[in-house]
Design a protein around this ligand. Structure first.
Ligand code: GLU
Length: 202
């Protein structure tokens, strides 16, 4: 089992993500990563190893923003390395996604997407999912919420996911099936996590 933590609100997101990931370490993991929405870019950092390695890697980098997603990975598809670590981005770079669980039918979805021109960087089932959401969003001309709903209809497996869209700083889309996920509701802020440990202090 691995971990998810995400936040949208008016506070600085990075300390919430990194502290939250540390609180999820007991679940076991092999790599960690965060993505922070910062106007028209994602500040995305990933590392193999401990959350403290990620923290060290980020220490002098820009991590400003008040929306973001963080992940500790327990590799099921693809070796533990920086490329396979989450978050994963869509081909157009506009969506950033974290995922706990397994997409069982990812091979057939990947083949169909490759035949449409999608190119994958990692060996994960997760990257297939974010490309599928991108594909649905662009072809069906729907918003992210609807694209996630339609995409997940095609997915067999267990998942907890959080998706964020470039330039949209007040919305996270989250979904779960067979993997745990909790949502904490504050005053004009939302916390999402694999369990209550990262968010209980808030
Ligand atoms: N199946 C995904 C991967 O291998 C997610 C694993 C996890 O739950 O951390 O990247």
């Amino acid at each position: 089992m691995c971990g998810i933590v995400a936040y949208v609100g008016s506070n600085n997101v990075y300390p919430i993500l990194i502290k939250g990931l540390k609180r999820l370490e007991y679940r076991g993991y092999d790599s960690a990563g965060v993505s922070i929405g910062n106007q028209n870019r994602f500040l995305q950092y990933k590392q193999k190893g401990k959350v403290s390695d990620l923290e060290e890697y980020i220490s002098k980098k820009d991590c400003n923003g008040s929306i973001g997603i963080g992940h500790t990975r327990w590799a099921t598809h693809g070796v533990p390395n920086q490329t396979n670590a989450h978050p994963h981005t869509s081909g157009d770079g506009k969506l950033s996604l974290i995922h706990n669980g397994i997409i069982e039918n990812y091979t057939s979805i990947k083949k169909a997407l490759e035949s449409k021109g999608h190119i994958f960087k990692s060996d994960t089932d997760t990257e297939v999912l974010v490309h599928l959401i991108e594909d649905v969003k662009n072809h069906e001309k729907v918003d992210l919420f609807e694209a996630v709903r339609i995409a997940l209809d095609q997915v067999i497996g267990a998942y907890a996911i959080v998706v964020m869209e470039l330039g949209v700083e007040d919305e996270l889309i989250t979904a779960r099936k067979g993997s745990p996920l909790v949502i904490g509701i504050g005053r004009d802020e939302y916390y999402i996590a694999s369990d209550a440990a990262p968010i209980i202090e808030y």
